[in-house]
Design a protein around this ligand. Structure first.
Ligand SMILES: C[S@@+](CC[C@H](N)C(=O)[O-])C[C@H]1O[C@@H](n2cnc3c(N)ncnc32)[C@H](O)[C@@H]1O
Length: 212
């Protein structure tokens, strides 16, 4: 295990973003609606919102425009997989990459994708993405709880992987800093423009594109 992984594991102990969650892996089935498709997916303890679909995720899925039919997509911080699976079912000819630091989450995403017949989902731990892969579309409910500096580092690492015409949509709770995240992207992250795309139930959906 690398020093970096070891560091994250220790710092996040007991959190949904721990590499190896400490809580017992008690699986359960939840029924969720993903952009009009009702699916039964497996969740567990030690992963984000294991009881069902998070409200912010539901807002994101309700408001984002339809994804293109093909392309390379990313769900950054996939948890047990609702966003990646929604993208994959809607665009079965696209390649959908799902990444997470939490190994239990990542393995749930992989098995949930199989369970729904979404064979176009590639679930990997965060360092497992092919080097040089670019994304035409990112949908994410990002891990705000890792702290502002870590979140900025994460987005600073992944946004530059957007393709030239690529777009990213992030859902962030207003109380948890959606406006300050938008300001950071617009003023401190070179080459990207963020705007408020939708607003619902205390959440903002931010749209990020490359600056012209
Ligand atoms: C707010 S949760 C969203 C989970 C899922 N997409 C959903 O909507 O239910 C954010 C996710 O990001 C993951 N995460 C935290 N740090 C990460 C990192 N450095 N790289 C990738 N994923 C990370 C967490 O483990 C968590 O599963």
């Amino acid at each position: 295990m690398s020093q970096q992984t070891l560091g994250r594991k220790t710092a996040a102990n007991g959190q949904y973003f721990a590499v190896e969650p400490a809580s017992p892996d008690k699986r359960r089935i939840v029924e969720v609606s993903l952009r009009g498709r009702s699916v039964r997916l497996e969740t567990s303890h030690g992963v984000f919102c294991g009881g069902g679909l998070d409200r912010g995720t539901a807002v994101l899925l309700r408001h984002v425009p339809s994804p293109p039919k093909t392309g390379v997509f990313l769900d950054l911080g996939c948890g047990w997989g609702p966003i990646a699976i929604a993208m994959a079912l809607e665009s079965p000819h696209a390649d959908v990459w799902a990444v997470d630091v939490n190994e239990r989450a990542m393995s749930l995403t992989a098995s949930n994708a199989r369970r729904c017949g979404a064979g176009n989902v590639h679930a990997v731990v965060d360092r497992g993405l092919p080097v040089g892969l670019r994304f035409d579309l990112m949908w994410s409910n990002p891990p705000i709880r890792i702290g502002k500096d870590a979140l900025h580092a994460l987005l600073g690492e992944y946004l530059p992987r957007l393709s030239e015409d690529g777009m990213a949509y992030f859902v962030v709770q207003h109380h948890l800093g959606s406006d300050s995240l938008m300001a950071w992207i617009n003023h401190d992250l070179d080459g990207f423009q963020a705007s408020r795309y939708a607003s619902s139930k205390g959440y903002r959906v931010l749209k990020v594109v490359r600056e012209c």
